[in-house]
Design a protein around this ligand. Structure first.
Ligand code: N01
Length: 580
C-alpha cells in the first residue's frame, strides 16, 4: 500500500521536529536515549556509544541504517536537515525532478516496497520522491535512530579504543566503532562570491536550498545565474511567472527533451511482473540505467549522416539521458561525439527563433562531458518576449548591486536573484566536517591535492571509515540509488565479516589505494570527460584541485568489489585483538 504524501503527515512532521518534549517522543515510540538527546535539542554531557554512526539521511544513509540494524547493531544517524531525503529535501526549486526514470530511481532491496509503491510519472517530481523517502522511513521504522537538525562538526579516530569520537552541533559527543559518510555527492551548495553579494536588497535564492513554502515570482524581475540542470528545469517555469527573466549564461549546456508523461497502468504492470529481471538488465549497463532502445553496437562514424541522424532523432523523440547511448563511441571519440553535438546544435537552431540567441545557446564543447541536461521546453523559453539571455563568458558578472547585478557597464535591475550555480560536488559535504584519522591527520590534508580512495569506499589513514558513493566509485555516472544499494550492501557485509572474525579495524592499504587512483584516472583519460570544465573535475569551484572524481563503468566496478570481498577484503589491512 502506498502512503501518499506521508511527509505532510502531521505525525511525521512531529517526529521530525527536534526540541519536542521527550514525553511526547516516548509516547510516539522513540527509545529513551533519543528522548534524552532531543529534550535539550542535543546530547546530554554523557558520551554515548554506538556500533555505527551514519552521517546523512538521504537514500544512502537511510538504507545503511536499515542494514546496520539488520545486523543487530546499534546506530545513530545524524542529519543537518529537518527530515529525510538528502538532495530531494533541499532541491525544491520549480520543476525539480529526477532525470532517471522513476521505475528505476527507487530502492530494489525490498520486493514488497517496490511492488507496493506506485510512481505516477515517467520522471518523478521532487515532491513525489520526497514522499517516497518518507514512506521508506515510515515503513522500515527508521525515525527512532535518526537525529535531525544536527550537523556533524567533527570526528576523530581514537586508536587506543578503535573508535570514532563524533561531535555535533547542537553540541554533543558520541562514539562509534564505524563511521559511515552518507553525505551525498551534490549536497554542498556552491554560491560564487561575487563582489557586493550581500548588498542586494531583493530576494536571493539558491536552487539547492529552496524555501519549503515555495516562491511566487509573479510580476517580478528575476535574474537566474547559471545554465546547468537546475537552471534548465526551473527557467521554463519561472519564465511563465516573472514579468522579466534574465538568464546569465557562462557556458551553454546540451539538453535533450525529457518527454515526460504519466506512466500507464500497463507499463507499470509490465515492469512489476518481473521487477527483478528489469533491475538485473539495467544493472548490466555502464551507468546502471536501462532503456528500451537498442544497445548500441555501432560507431557513430560507421553510418552515413542520414542514417546516423535517424538514430539520434529516435532518441531525441524518446527523450532523456539514453540519447548519449545512441552509439558506442560517443564518449570516447571526439569525431563521433561531434556528430551528436552537431545534431543537438541543429535542434537548438530549429527551436530558437533568434539566430543570435540560438548561437549563444549552442554549446561548443564535447556533449556529455558535463552532465547532459534533460528539459521540458528549455530552448523554446528563449522565444518568449519576457526572457533575455546574457552572455557572461567573456565578460563575467562584475558585481551584485543593491538593485540587481552589473555586467561590465550594464546594470540589470532585479527583484530576485536565483543562484543556479550548482554544488561543491562529491567532496564538498565530506570536507566541511573536520574528520581526523590516525595520528590526528585531517581528511582535508589527506585530500588536499584531490580525493584519494580505494574503491571510493575507504581511505588510507582513516580506519573503520566508509564513504557511500565516494569519489573513485561510479556514483554520479550511474543511477545513484543502484550505486548506493551496492555500496551499502558491501559495507554491511564487510562490517559483519569483521565482527564474525574478531577484527576491530579495517583500513585501505597505501598500495591498493595508489593503484586504484591510477586506475580511475586511466579510465577517465580513455574518455572525453577530462576535456571540459565540469563539476566531475571540481572545475566549477575556484581553487578546487582538478581531479576527475567518479569512475566510469558500473558492472566491472561491482565485479571488483565482489572480488575484493571474496578474497578477505584484499587491499585492506584488517586487525583486531581477538582475530586469529
Ligand atoms: O549545477 P551545475 P546544477 N558565474 O554545476 C554556472 C544534478 N541535477 O545545480 O558551466 C556565472 O551543473 C555554471 O557555469 P559553468 C545533475 O547531476 C540533476 O544545475 O561552470 N555562472 C553552470 O551553468 C547536475 O549536473 C537534476 O561555466 C556560474 C551553473 O552555474 C548537478 O546536479 C536536476 C558561476 C551550475 O550548473 C548539478 O546541477 C538538477 C559564476 N561565477 C541537478 N558559477 C535532475 O535529475 C557557476 N556558474 C534532472
Amino acid at each position: 500500500m502506498r502512503t501518499k504524501g506521508s511527509h505532510g503527515d502531521p505525525r511525521t512532521a512531529r517526529r521530525n521536529r527536534l526540541g519536542s518534549p521527550a514525553e511526547a517522543l516516548l509516547r510516539l515510540g522513540f527509545d529513551t536515549r533519543l528522548a534524552t538527546f532531543t529534550r535539550a535539542g542535543s546530547y546530554d554531557d554523557a558520551v554515548d556509544e554506538f556500533d555505527v554512526v551514519i552521517v546523512g539521511a538521504g537514500f544512502a544513509g537511510m538504507y545503511m541504517l536499515h542494514r546496520v540494524r539488520g545486523l543487530g547493531m546499534t546506530a545513530r544517524l545524524f542529519e543537518t536537515a529537518g527530515g529525510v531525503g538528502g538532495t530531494w529535501y533541499w532541491n525544491r526549486y520549480p520543476g525539480a525532478r529526477c532525470d532517471v526514470e522513476s521505475m528505476q530511481y527507487s530502492y530494489q532491496f525490498s520486493d514488497e516496497l517496490q511492488h507496493d509503491w506506485d510512481w505516477t510519472e515517467r520522471y518523478a517530481t521532487q515532491p513525489e520522491i520526497l514522499a517516497y523517502a518518507n514512506h521508506v522511513a515510515d515503513r522500515f521504522d527508521l525515525w527512532r535512530d535518526m537525529q535531525f537538525d544536527t550537523r556533524v562538526e567533527g570526528a576523530s579516530w581514537d586508536d587506543a579504543t578503535a573508535r570514532w569520537v563524533v561531535s555535533t552541533d547542537p553540541g554533543g559527543e558520541c562514539s562509534a566503532r564505524f563511521l559511515i559518510m552518507a553525505t551525498g555527492c551534490l549536497s554542498c551548495a556552491n554560491t560564487p562570491d561575487f563582489p557586493g553579494r550581500d548588498s542586494f536588497r531583493g530576494a536571493t535564492y539558491h536552487t539547492g536550498r529552496w524555501p519549503h513554502e515555495g516562491v511566487d515570482f509573479t510580476g517580478l524581475r528575476v535574474g537566474v545565474i547559471g545554465t546547468g540542470s537546475s537552471a534548465i528545469q526551473s527557467i521554463p517555469i519561472i519564465a511563465t511567472q516573472a514579468a522579466q527573466l534574465t538568464v546569465f549564461q557562462r557556458t551553454a549546456s546540451y539538453s535533450v527533451p525529457a518527454a515526460n508523461r504519466l506512466l500507464t497502468a500497463d507499463e507499470v504492470r509490465e515492469v512489476k511482473e518481473d521487477y527483478a529481471g528489469f533491475r538485473a538488465f539495467n544493472s548490466l549497463m555502464p551507468t546502471a540505467i536501462g532503456s528500451k532502445l537498442p544497445i548500441p553496437e555501432d560507431s557513430a562514424l560507421a553510418l552515413p549522416t542520414e542514417e546516423r541522424d535517424r538514430v539520434f532523432e529516435q532518441r531525441w523523440v524518446e527523450g532523456g539521458l539514453p540519447f548519449l547511448g545512441a552509439f558506442i563511441d560517443l564518449l570516447f571519440s571526439p569525431e563521433a561525439n561531434d556528430t551528436a553535438a552537431e545534431f543537438v546544435r541543429g535542434k537548438i537552431r530549429e527551436i530558437v527563433d533568434d539566430p543570435r540567441v540560438a548561437e549563444l545557446l549552442s554549446p561548443k564543447t564535447v556533449i556529455g562531458c558535463k552532465r547532459l541536461c534533460v528539459d521540458t521546453g528549455y530552448f523554446a523559453t528563449f522565444n518568449r518576449p519576457n526572457v533575455e539571455l546574457v552572455d557572461v563568458s567573456e565578460t563575467p558578472i562584475t558585481e551584485i548591486t543593491p538593485n540587481g547585478l552589473r555586467v561590465a557597464e550594464r546594470e540589470f535591475e532585479l527583484d530576485a536573484i536565483v543562484y543556479a550555480t550548482g554544488f561543491d560536488a562529491m567532496t564538498g559535504a565530506l570536507l566541511t566536517i573536520d574528520v581526523r584519522g590516525r595520528d590526528g591527520r585531517s581528511l582535508r590534508d589527506a585530500w588536499a591535492a584531490g580525493p584519494r580512495t580505494y574503491l571510493g569506499l575507504g581511505t588510507v589513514g582513516f580506519p573503520n571509515f566508509f564513504t557511500i558513493s565516494g569519489p573513485g566509485s561510479p556514483s554520479v555516472l550511474t543511477n545513484m540509488i543502484v550505486s548506493i544499494e551496492q555500496h551499502v550492501e558491501w559495507i554491511a557485509d564487510c562490517i559483519e565479516y569483521l565482527s564474525e572474525n574478531g577484527f576491530d579495524r579495517i583500513e585501505a592499504t597505501q598500495d591498493a589505494q595508489d593503484a586504484w587512483v591510477d586506475h580511475v584516472n586511466a579510465i577517465a583519460d580513455f574518455t572525453l570527460f577530462p576535456s571540459c570544465n565540469s563539476w566531475y573535475l571540481g572545475a566549477n569551484v575556484p581553487g578546487k584541485p582538478r581531479v576527475f572524481m567518479p569512475l566510469l563503468g558500473f558492472p566491472p566496478y561491482v565485479e571488483k568489489c565482489n572480488e575484493v570481498a571474496a578474497k578477505g577484503y584484499e587491499g585492506f589491512a584488517l586487525a583486531g585483538s581477538s582475530a586469529s
